[in-house]
Design a protein. Structure first.
Length: 441
């Protein structure tokens, strides 16, 4: 009992409890968000030798490479698949590693910008960040923002040290290679830090020069590398141009829509930070300074540019959440107090209860479709391909689940004739799989 009353041990107990109740039900969920399924399928294909890093493949018979996103996410995950196999647990480990990358990055930022706080301070930031609904959802749905956020966080760490500013430039380009221009927001870190007087003008000039030089060098290498240049051009034509011309599947009704989810996440950060301060210090004392303003404004710089288009999704905000959390949590100060034994016992019991009930609280998606595909798996070998009944041509989840878990190609366009066919069930909801499709588009 005395052990868990120590500051770091108690903070770790809080993190573990948050993990069990908030993150684990999503991290262990069955089924996945459509985009996450596609990313995993592309990564699995790459691990199997289908496609290349710069020209990945989603559907085997597709005439062009997959270009909806840039390839760093699927390239990284393919390494996990090659080493550990195509299990869903490999996906979970991949996202678990993204969480660990954030933990280490938060620790590095805390040491650099709030060195006066205790050794346990960063664990409290981790606990508040892990409480955010978007973070938990991202962990379970395999979105690129979880890894892009980690790279952006470490770019800021590197940019915070003059001798490592060149590496910050490289990591900024790496963040770009997840989802394009929105990954470049670490570029504003040094100008903002200089404007707030956090970094001296001389240090800013040298650091920014080194960072910008390596960013330009990195992009020059990518442009001169034929495969990389073609991948960048394909992505720009498929994603960037269509985003600004509004030819997208998901558009919001109002350009300022994203402000709602952003304020909601910040509200959770503030409320959780107040509770953390009360538990850790026995009182709530907010002492905002230039560091607070810097991190909150930087978080806005990671979010507000997304308002330029109406293609907005709340999980696009994930990279900004860690910086908002750092700024708010670190601004509550005080002298740490010893947690009561009652509090430690209560928290421990809450963690045990969360663990015992996890199987009942685990999220599920698309259960009927997953069951149908599992039942049909013995009848069709991996690598099978299917045409579809015209009414199924927008059933993207069927295509994604079929590729990811059964290794089947479901050709929704019917551009080619395949040996099998998928049809709507004639008597009940669901789909039927049969052999020898002959109908052309």
């Amino acid at each position: 009992m005395a052990f868990f009353q120590k500051p770091t041990a108690f903070a770790l107990l809080v993190v573990a409890t948050v993990w069990v109740w908030m993150i684990a039900p999503f991290w262990l969920q069955e089924g996945m968000f459509l985009d996450g399924l596609i990313y995993a399928s592309v990564a699995q294909n790459l691990a199997d030798g289908i496609g290349t890093f710069w020209a990945p493949v989603y559907q085997w018979s597709a005439s062009v490479p997959y270009s909806e996103q840039l390839p760093l996410f699927t390239g990284l995950e393919s390494l996990f698949f090659r080493a550990l196999g195509g299990s869903v647990w490999t996906e979970r480990l991949f996202l678990g590693c993204a969480w660990v990358v954030h933990v280490l990055g938060i620790r590095a930022v805390q040491r650099r910008w709030w060195p006066e706080q205790g050794e346990d301070a960063y664990w409290w930031v981790v606990s508040v960040w892990s409480l955010l609904p978007l973070v938990a959802w991202g962990m379970g749905n395999h979105v690129q923002e979880m890894w892009m956020s980690g790279f952006a966080l470490w770019a800021v760490v590197a940019l915070s040290y003059e001798r490592w500013s060149w590496l910050g430039g490289v990591l900024t380009v790496a963040a770009f290679l997840f989802k394009g221009p929105q990954g470049l927001f670490p570029l504003v870190w040094l100008p903002l830090a200089s404007a707030f007087g956090i970094i001296q003008k001389k240090t800013f000039r040298k650091s920014f020069a080194w960072a910008f030089a390596f960013i330009l060098l990195s992009f020059a290498v990518l442009w001169l590398w034929d495969d990389a240049r073609l991948a960048l051009v394909r992505n720009a034509e498929n994603r960037l141009v269509r985003t600004f011309t509004a030819v997208r599947a998901v558009n919001t009704t109002h350009r300022l829509w994203l402000l709602g989810p952003m304020l909601a996440q910040w509200g959770v950060v503030l409320a959780a930070s107040v509770v953390v301060a009360r538990v850790r210090y026995g009182t709530v004392r907010f002492v905002g300074d230039r560091r607070t303003a810097l991190f909150l404004l930087f978080a806005l710089c990671a979010s507000l540019p997304l308002l330029i288009t109406r293609e907005q999704r709340d999980f696009y905000l994930i990279p900004s959440t860690v910086f908002a959390t750092l700024g708010v949590v670190s601004s509550f100060v005080g002298s740490p107090v010893l947690p009561s034994k009652r509090l430690v016992v209560g928290l421990g019991l809450l963690g045990v209860l969360g663990t015992l009930t996890l199987s009942y609280r685990r999220h599920e998606r698309d259960a009927d479709l997953r069951v149908a595909l599992a039942q049909q798996a013995p009848a069709f070998a991996p690598g099978s391909s299917f045409n579809v009944q015209p009414e199924l041509r927008l059933h993207f989840l069927l295509q994604a689940y079929g590729m990811r878990f059964n290794r089947w190609e479901v050709d929704l366009t019917n551009e080619k004739v395949h040996e099998n066919r998928v049809e709507l069930h004639s008597t009940k909801e669901g789909v039927l799989f049969s052999r020898k499709a002959t109908e052309r588009k």
